[in-house]
Design a protein around this ligand. Structure first.
Ligand SMILES: *[C@@H]1O[C@H](CO)[C@@H](O)[C@H](O)[C@H]1NC(C)=O
Ligand SMILES: [Zn+2]
Length: 305
């Protein structure tokens, strides 16, 4: 009897935590309770018309330029990067954040989770940070404002991006291997953050994967980085633990529910207005608005008007 009980216990123990990671992007309706009932969920549609302009202090990023050894992993839901043997954990202050936040890891979503000016970008990077007053990310996730995510959007470029090459070579080799690390030398976080960090959206949301914990401070830089279609395809070839291809790993847009969204406009962008602001997303957004006004809205490839 005792043996049977202990076998049963072991089975429950083993399946319990494993089950928690067995959520899928194609059935969000069976995600954890808070993902379905929460009123401050992420991602959201970002748009300058819904945002309140706010003049935050600039960000202060310390240690992002160090050359690190990084550990890369296909966790079955994303490709993640953790710094290894780092002399100093990169930290961020400023940008309206209260206190100091430590970088925990980076991971990617293909296509983007947030839309900006009605455009869904091919790739979004999340730099996940936690407030230094907590001992780790898990503990920080239990507290309001315990986690701050810096989001970077990537826009298509005809040329392969050089900074992505070494990273993508390893990610390609991990596409069929979940939860095993490979080492990437000479990794610098700085290469994956736009130079112009003065422009960004800010709102309070959640983790975009189960358990969808709320109280996360979100920052989405308005300046994007380039990536080629060929490079995006390397992400799209990644497989899940069940050996199915993870062709997309973005959560659907969540309702704002009256939350405030703030926008800090980059002075760089304002000064070079004509050159900088005529990007494809802006042009597409204008096209979308024209289509709206004609009452003839169509779903355009890679966009949500
Ligand atoms: C995170 O920190 C808490 C509190 O100090 C601790 O109990 C827990 O074991 C830690 N978790 C991990 C994954 O390190
Ligand atoms: Zn994410």
């Amino acid at each position: 009897m005792l043996t049977r009980f202990s076998i049963l216990f072991s089975v429950l123990y083993l399946t319990g935590p494993a089950f928690a990671s067995h959520w899928k992007y194609d059935n969000e309706e069976s995600w954890a309770a808070l993902c379905l009932t929460g009123k401050k969920q992420s991602p959201i549609a970002l748009n300058e018309f819904i945002a309140t302009k706010k003049d935050y202090h600039p960000f202060n990023l310390v240690g992002y330029g160090q050359i690190n050894t990084a550990l890369l992993k296909n966790n079955g839901h994303s490709a993640e990067v953790r710094l290894h043997s780092s002399a100093e954990v990169p930290t961020v202050t400023g940008g309206g954040l209260i206190g100091t936040y430590k970088l925990d890891h980076l991971h990617f979503h293909w296509q983007s989770e947030h839309t900006m000016s009605n455009y869904r970008f091919p790739l979004e990077l999340h730099l996940v940070h936690y407030n230094e007053k907590y001992s780790n990310l898990t503990e920080a996730a239990q507290h309001t404002h315990g986690i701050a995510v810096l989001g970077v959007l990537f826009d298509l470029s005809p040329d392969d991006d050089e900074d992505f090459k070494p990273l993508l070579e390893i990610i390609a080799s991990l596409k069929e291997t979940t939860n095993e690390h490979k080492v990437l030398t000479d990794f610098s976080v700085k290469n994956f953050v736009p130079r112009d960090k003065a422009g960004f959206y800010r709102y309070e949301g959640s983790l975009t994967t189960p358990g969808c914990n709320e109280g996360v401070i979100w920052t989405l830089f308005t300046s994007t980085l380039p990536i080629s279609k060929k490079q995006v395809k390397i992400f799209e070839a990644i497989q899940t633990e069940e050996k199915t291809t993870l062709t997309k790993n973005y959560r659907s847009l969540q309702p704002l529910n009256g939350r405030e969204v703030y926008l800090r406009v980059s002075p760089i962008r304002e000064n070079n207005g004509n050159i900088q602001t005529w990007t494809f997303p802006v042009a597409l957004s204008i096209l979308c608005n024209v289509l709206y006004s004609l009452g003839n809205i169509q779903k355009i490839y890679n966009s949500e008007c």
